[in-house]
Write a protein that binds this ligand. Sequence first.
Ligand code: UD1
Length: 365
Amino acid sequence: MAPAPGEILLVAGARPNFMKVAPLLEALRQSGRLPSALVHTGQHYDSSMSEVFFHELGLPAPDVHLGVGSDSHARQTARIMTAFEAVVLERRPRAVLVVGDVNSTVACALVCAKLGVTVVHVEAGLRSGDRSMPEEINRLVTDQLSDLLFTPSEDALPNLLREGIDEKKIHFVGNVMIDTLLRHLPLADNSTVLKRLGLEPKKYAALTLHRPANVDDEKSLGALLDAIGQLPAELPVVFPVHPRTRERLAAYAAAGPANLRLLDPLGYLDFMKLIKDARLVLTDSGGIQEETTVLGVPCLTLRSNTERPVTVTEGTNILVGSDTALMLEECRKILAGQGKQGRIPRLWDGHAAERIAAILENQLA
Ligand code: UD1
């Protein structure tokens, strides 16, 4: 379709981006004041990592698909930039909106900054302080290049001010990922995933693992899987496996302990049902720390830092890092009914995308 004059281009590339752009596109299209189009970079391309989310979240087919695929960081970022530059030159958007902290986010922000196109970053200001994580580099660079920064939690503002970003560009709006969660909970509740897997609510744990620091090192991954093998046998650990992790497990010929159930990646609705009804969640994901906080499910994060500290200070999250003894101790507490209680952070109320759309329309339409 030909580009609409004055449109805003929304960019999504990897799995955690899709649930962030869905409510934004919907809010913009509902009010109709600012034309929008969707670009998929193709950073994630397996149907279970991409297509299923378009289908379940009611996302329209992308207006542009860059089809970049996997590669090293430099090559993947460069391929996205090269392909996206041509799109921006052709469509001449009023602004480009990027979400989160993946390679697609920083690549498209950099293209626009060089072409003088307004950059909008949703989920700005999150910092783990750990520059060994590629996402931290992506966050720092994207926020420096952005003209409008929408923050999900109150910890983000001081991070941005410390980096010299003008407060006038920053708006605290809440968490768009939680918009999607709250909207889809009734549908997720109808998911048959527990039945299909023969699981009963609160009688299993859910695990996700894909950070290079956890899965690309054979020793770290082995230690983690050994620790999981020490959990009580009556608590099966259900593990939808990310493609990166699947590759590593195959390379190390690691099958995992007997209480671990390896699955293919799940769609959004099945996965939300799985974590909502879990006794506890073990993860190294960013978004799942937030989702468990809202669902009130105890979460043990297998990282020593988090860019989402509000999930620890207010939510149900505990950082256990690579300390497997601590992880087992916290699991035992949860099983004994002493899991961490939390509250829902401010503005994680299902209306973040509407607030963002209203500000964008005021400033850009
Ligand atoms: C990316 C993001 C990470 C995010 C994660 C969520 C960056 C730097 N990282 O990590 O922040 O938490 O997505 O999933 O952007 N692969 C497939 N099929 C796919 C996609 C990937 O098989 O559809 C395999 C490929 O072998 C690829 C590997 O997974 O090399 C890693 O994919 P990549 O997009 O580079 O990073 P993720 O680990 O998915």
